[in-house]
Every structure is written in C-alpha cells, then in structure tokens.
Design a protein around this ligand. Structure first.
Ligand code: GLA
Length: 739
C-alpha cells in the first residue's frame, strides 16, 4: 500500500520507494500540507506551529482562537478569499466579481491504479504500478467542489496531481485561476531553477534565490513557448548535480502556463504551477466542471542528476506511447536547411540518394510541398500536393525514396493558415481573429480555431488524404506562431482562458485522431524549433525538434537545459552544414555528430556537398549510432559539467542500467597554450569495478574515474608518437566496458 490514511492523526501519507508526501486534515477541515521529502513514517505535522502571527486573518469558525489562519498554514490547494494572501492555486469569483472560496475537507478515497484524464495527456501506469488518492474539498458556503487527485507511482518516485472543479450551484461562477498543484515548504533556503530562452536559444538554465517576493515564470503566448519551459526545480540553496534536496514540477500541458514561487513573510516557500491565470476567467456554468492539467512532482535528496533521471524514466516509459516509444528511431535526413521551401522531387531524390548511400534510413520532406507554398507568405491551410512544383505526385516521390531503401516522412503545420490560401478565402471564420479588427500576423500567418471540432476535422481530413497517398512513416508537426488575438466564432468559448484551453485540447484531439488512424506513425513535434517542448506534447510525439539552432556548440547548452526535465531520446537533434547558417561558426563534423547523438540523431544538409573524408565520417557516425543507440537513448544519463559556468569543456555520459557499459562524450570548448591537463569526473559507474576503453585497451578503476576523473585525450600528430592538446570544438566519444 503506497497511500496510507491514519485515522488517529488524520494524516494521509503517499509513499514512493524513496519519498513520502503527506497531508493532514487540519483544524476546521483545512487540508494542510505537512511534508514532502525522503521516505518517512509518522506524523510530520509537529512542524506546524499554531500561534497568532499578528494580523493574519482567521476563519470565523475559530471563534476567539487566533492561532489558525489560512495565511500562515501550509496548504494543499490554497484558495484565495479564505484569508490566504500568498499566491493562490484556486481563485473563484461570482459573476459580479465577488471573490469566494473557503475550501474544507469533505471526504477522500483510495483507489487501485492511476487515474487518467479525459481529453488531456497524463502519466499512465498498469493497475499494479500505481495508486490514486482523491480528496474532495467543498466550499463552506456553497456547492462548489474541488477534487484533488494524486497518482502515486512508487517505483518511479513520482507523484502526480491535478484538480477537478465542479460547480453544483445554480449560478455561473468564474474561475480566475485553477492551478494544477502547489508545494509549501516550511523551512530552509531555496532557489528557483527555470529554463528561459528565445527562438534558437531555448531552455537556458537560470537559477534565482527565492527571497521575500514572488518570482513569476511562465508565458502568455498560448503555447508552452521558447521563452519559459513548463518544468521548474525548487532547489535547496546548496543543492547541485549530486547533492542536496530539490523538487521538480513538470506540467503536462502545452498551452500558456505560469509558476509563481516565493518566500512568505515568515520564510516559508510556496510554489504554485498551472495554466496561466492572467485573463483566464473561465466561466463555469451550473453542473459544469473544469479539469486542470496534470503536474508530475518528484523529489530528490541527491541533487538534480537524480531528479532528472526520475523524469527521464517517467517520460520515456509513462508519458510517451505507441510502437516507437522504446524502438530505436530511424536515422533521418531533413531537407529544410539544404533547400528551404524551394525544391523539386528531383532535388529531394538527389539528397536522399546520397544519404541512403551513406546509411541514412529516412528522408523527411519539410515545408513547401503543398498549396502555393514557395515562400512563407502563402499556402498554409491548403494541404494538397503541389505536383507542378514537385514534378510528380507525392505517391511517386515516396515510391522513389522507398526504392532507395529509405522510409519517407513529411512536414505539416495543421494549426495554421495564410491569408493567401484557398482555405482562408473560403473559411475566414476558421481563423482566430477579432471581428472588425485586422488580425495580428506572425510569420505572415493566422492561427486556426482548433477549439472547434469541425476545423480540426477539416484539416485532418485533408492531411490524411496526402498520408494515404504517400503512406508516410513519419510526420513532423510544426506550429510557427503564438496565439494573440484570441476570439472564436464558437459561442461556447466566452473567455480568452476558456478558448485557449479548448484550443490546446483541440491540438491534442488532432494528434490523437491522427495516431488512431496511423498507429505506427512516428510523430515528431516542432514549434519554430523547440517552442512547444513539453510533457503534454510527448504524450503524442515521442520526439520533438529541440531547436532551429543546429550549431553544435549552442546546441550543447540547449540540450543541457532540456535534459533537466526530458530524456535524450525525445530531443530532435541533427548534424547540419558548416559554417552554421545562423551562428556562422564552424565545428568538425565529428563534433556535430557527437552532439546530435545526445538526441534522436539525423542530418539536415545536402550530403552531396561534403568532402569524401566527411562522407566516410558520416558512414562511421551512423554505424556508431546504430551500435550504441540503445545505450545512448536508454542508458542512465549523467551531466558531468555545468555548461552554464564551465566554459572549458562540456561532458555527459550514458550508463547502461546494469552498469556493464557506458559512453562518455566530451566537447572541448576553449583552449590555451601549454595547457594544464584537465579531467572529467565520471558518474554512475559500478565503484567496485574496473572499465576498459576497447580502443586504447587502458583499464580504469571506476572509483578513480569518479574521483580523479577521465583525462581529456591528447590526440597524436598524424604518423608520430607526439601528442597535442585537443583542439577547440574537438569532440571525443569513449566507450567503456566493465570487466
Ligand atoms: C520551423 C521549423 C523548421 C522548419 C521550418 C519550415 O521553423 O522549426 O525546422 O520546419 O519551420 O518552415
């Protein structure tokens, strides 16, 4: 039993293999949060000291007792309007704008297996792998109910949370905010780690000290965004990669979100995360319910490395679905950086032919094959093949690609429409826009109203016709602008918040229906690179294009940040041409491959244009990737350097679950004359064993590799015994086998 209700103490404890999460039905039925940390038995509520905190309000039913205040108690689902002035998880008002909501415990039940959510992605598990706790809170003065659901996955060390809000009154109410979960921490000094960025610079780790103010991260863009990621860590001030306490909050949602974290007047931390509350104003009619998206919590007492590995496993095995979830992904080549939207079938075939000779397994045809799409001003929405431009049908192109022994995939951007398109000319109402105003453009395109089923179905039907014709094994699903002037002809969606929520559900519905129709399809997510890299999308797409920035050195930082919340096998990463189109930096093709192998691995250039020597390297790279694919993608992942602060080298490694082998990756970032030897301290090996590098035959004691470290190799000058220091941007990939 992982969920234990102690009637005497009125505590409910949620145990995973290594952690405990505890709540208590407190005075007046307030649901208190008492503990989240290493496995524990007993009642942690001794930590809550009841006293008059000085002018903090008290519920009326405490009478003359001023020691009970929602403003100072740690709460499971803090609600505005009950005297708690800290960041709320729930905020409700009447239609006239009166804030209400004094939520008290009503009942709870413990159920076998993990709950699932209708229309929303969620962690899934076998019945024997999980338990569910449901706690129902009732508003003291009305028939408003909140059911908090908790999924406990003991062997994963994950606890999921969500909230279902029900209006059983006879009047409409407005949800100003309905977060997915919150954490209250009683003591200690804490930091917020979040992953900020921009297009071509996603998920850069930033760490800020939580002081006596609220830190707000999130996005108003309607998608999870390049700018902030819906994964954050609340870390003890001294915590690092290997030591210290930290909590992860991973929101399984692809729309606008926010996380509010801060320290209150008495030094206690609260972090609340969920759908972006600004302009949410979700109207809830009598009998209507609102389901908040799920958030997955994890807690590590051994630093961020362990926390990340928990999420890697959770996402790889309990979020990603379908036949590709555990299968090695095909090495693909994508034509975008080579051709942009200007190509013919002949050109695509010439790229595919060379790629197949070198061992690439799949050709992906990117943007430009449909409608009048010769640049990015026209064509989106017209999902019929431009045969004139291609010079043949899509079926014929696919057949020719398959004749080369390759699989075939295409790019789509189903949520979008250009004004210059047949779809827009026929159905202008299908686009989100405000009547009487010019629509705001983004990359010269408008967003289709995916909150409406008929719009989703129309686009899906068109795309399916093309997929039926070419029998694509892979689809890259892009989304290249944020939601801005949000207004729908659909009368159900009276608020911006409700429309944006329904829009996200529409996107999920599109993907679900696509996968129902083509169950073997490998779907890759994309949003101008990595602008929608979140656990919600990963429920449908086992991989997401990580960034439009394919510069290997920039990519190291982007993939480093991404690796905190997401596994390597979900990160779309390709080798591209040099100098890089964006940074104009040149790196060796080996380095580009080592970095792309910290991801799904593929190519994004015309391989006809590289040297003979590089072509041989490409052949070797593909052989290496296929040989070590399982270790690279399924091994336990260790970050070995802090790339935000160490500018000398970057290193990471993957270790097989049984510790029998490992692969170490090093990229040298900076060099200097007569340089001191540098070492990379390894992790995750069996400390009692020795490991051999089969290329050099050197035998290393693992304990020494994990304390002295692995010396950064000094390559030989060709044909001599002399060695040199590694060059700037030179990369090494070292296989270690346990003896
Ligand atoms: C986005 C994607 C790119 C490419 C282009 C095509 O920017 O991130 O990979 O598909 O769109 O327009």
């Amino acid at each position: 039993m992982s969920i234990i209700y102690n009637e005497q103490n009125q505590t409910i404890s949620l145990h995973t293999d290594n952690t405990t999460y505890q709540m208590k039905i407190g005075p007046l039925g307030l649901l208190l949060h008492t503990y989240y940390g290493p496995l524990m038995d007993g009642d942690a509520s001794y930590g809550i000291i009841y006293r008059d905190h000085g002018f903090s309000p008290n519920p009326h039913d405490t009478g003359r007792d001023r020691t009970i205040s929602a403003d100072t108690l740690p709460l499971e689902y803090p609600c505005e309007a009950a005297g708690d002035f800290r960041a709320p998880a729930l905020s409700i008002s009447t239609e006239d704008g009166v804030l209400i909501g004094d939520m008290r415990y009503q009942s709870h039940r413990i159920i076998k297996g993990k709950y699932s959510l209708k229309d929303l992605p969620a962690v899934y598990a076998e019945e024997s792998e999980a338990e569910t706790l449901e706690v129902t809170l009732k508003e003291k003065f009305s028939e408003i109910y909140v059911t908090l659901q908790y999924g406990v996955l003991p062997s994963l060390d994950v606890i999921t949370r969500t909230a279902l809000i029900e209006n059983r009154t006879d009047r409409k109410i407005i949800l100003n905010q309905a977060a997915s979960g919150s954490i209250d921490i009683l003591s200690g000094e804490w930091d917020l780690i979040h992953f900020q960025g921009r297009h071509a610079g996603e998920r850069s780790l930033e760490r800020v000290a939580l002081g006596h103010r609220e830190e707000l991260v999130g996005t108003r863009r309607g998608v999870s965004s390049h700018h902030q990621n819906p994964f954050v860590i609340i870390a003890e001030r001294k915590a690092n990669e290997e030591y210290g306490a930290c909590y992860g909050m991973n929101l399984i949602y692809s729309g606008g979100f926010s996380c509010n974290a801060g320290t209150d007047a008495f030094g206690r931390v609260r972090a609340v995360m969920g759908i972006q509350p600004e302009h949410f104003d979700y109207p809830l009619e009598p009998k209507e319910t609102f389901q908040a998206p799920e958030i997955a919590l994890a807690c590590s007492n051994e630093g961020f490395g362990r926390l990340s590995r928990i999420y890697h496993k959770m996402i790889a095995e309990h979020i990603c679905r379908g036949p590709w979830k555990n299968k090695q992904r095909p090495v693909l080549i994508n034509n975008w950086e080579a051709t942009g939207p200007n190509f013919t079938a002949e050109k695509i075939l010439s790229i595919a032919k060379k790629a197949s000779e070198l061992g690439v397994e799949m050709m992906v045809l990117d943007d430009g094959w449909f409608g009048k799409r010769d640049d990015d001003f026209a064509g989106l929405g017209d999902w019929y093949v431009n045969e004139e431009k291609l010079g043949c049908t899509m079926g014929k192109l696919a057949e020719d690609i398959r004749a080369l022994g390759m699989k075939f995939g295409i790019w789509i951007e189903p949520e979008m429409v250009n004004e210059d398109s047949d779809l827009y000319r026929t159905h202008p109402d299908y686009a989100l826009q405000i009547p009487g105003r010019d629509p705001v453009l983004g990359r010269s395109q408008l967003v289709l109203d995916f909150s409406r089923e008929e719009v989703v179905d129309h686009v899906l039907d068109q795309i399916c016709e093309v997929l039926d014709e070419c029998k694509a094994e892979y689809v890259k699903m892009d989304m290249n602008r944020p939601l801005c002037d949000v207004w729908s002809l659909n009368s159900d969606t009276e608020s911006r918040g409700k429309l944006q929520y329904r829009y996200v559900l529409g996107v999920y519905r599109f993907m679900e229906k696509l996968l129902e129709r083509y169950p073997d399809l490998l779907l890759e997510g994309c949003c101008s690179g990595g602008g929608r890299f979140d656990a919600g999308m990963l429920y449908y797409c086992p991989q997401i294009w990580c960034s439009d920035n394919t510069d290997a050195i920039d990519r190291i930082r982007i993939q480093y940040g991404t690796s905190f919340g997401y596994p390597v096998r979900t990160m779309g990463a390709h080798v591209s041409a040099c100098p890089n189109y964006d940074t104009w930096r040149s790196t060796p093709i080996n380095t580009r491959a080592v970095v792309a192998m910290e991801g799904t691995f593929g190519y994004e250039l015309d391989l006809n244009h590289i040297s003979e020597e590089e072509m041989n390297e490409v052949k070797d790279q593909i052989r290496t990737f296929k040989k070590f694919g399982s270790l690279l993608h399924n091994g336990d992942y260790y970050r070995l350097t802090d790339v935000m602060n160490n500018h000398q080298e970057a290193a990471w490694m993957m270790v097989s679950e049984d510790q029998s082998e490992a692969i170490l990756n090093i990229v040298v970032l900076d060099v200097t004359g007569n340089r001191p030897q540098r070492y990379i301290r390894l992790a995750g090996l069996d400390p009692e064993a020795t490991y051999t590098d089969p290329v050099t035959d050197v035998v290393y004691p693992a304990a020494a590799l994990m304390s002295i470290g692995f010396p950064i190799p000094r390559p030989h000058f060709p044909g001599t015994e002399w060695t040199r220091g590694a060059a700037e941007y030179e990369a090494f990939q070292i296989h270690l086998i346990k003896n």
